[in-house]
Design a protein around this ligand. Structure first.
Ligand code: SF4
Length: 109
């Protein structure tokens, strides 16, 4: 019980740190956090789990190769998000979006 509480505390701390980092990145950079806060929460939780499990906040939607140099490219914000957002207005995990991004629900309304 004590061990699971400690793990949960570590996860919450990791989530808080990653959330601050991603908010700062969105405030100072060209991209925004997805307006769907549930998606943001989910990705941040997944990033925190990867950080505790694998040592870094590796992209939750990509596999580790085992090669540190290659894997460093998928530490969030990854090397690929710029190209993905330029192309689709959203990164492959749905965390960051372009300022022009329109969510599907806002397109339907
Ligand atoms: S795809 Fe998005 S969430 Fe995944 S690492 Fe890149 S920027 Fe982060």
């Amino acid at each position: 019980m004590q061990e699971s509480n400690t793990l949960n505390d570590e996860l919450v701390r990791a989530e808080t740190g990653i959330r601050h980092q991603m908010e700062r990145y969105a405030e100072t950079g060209p991209y925004k956090l997805n307006p769907d806060s549930k998606k943001v929460d989910k990705v941040i939780k997944s990033l925190a789990k990867r950080k505790l499990k694998d040592g870094h906040q590796y992209c939750p939607c990509r596999m580790l190769s085992g090669n540190n140099e290659i894997d460093s490219k998928i530490v969030c914000p990854c090397e690929f998000h710029v190209e993905e957002i330029e192309k689709d207005d959203i990164c492959s995990c749905d965390l960051f979006v372009s300022p022009n991004y329109k969510s599907i629900s806002s397109q339907i309304q």
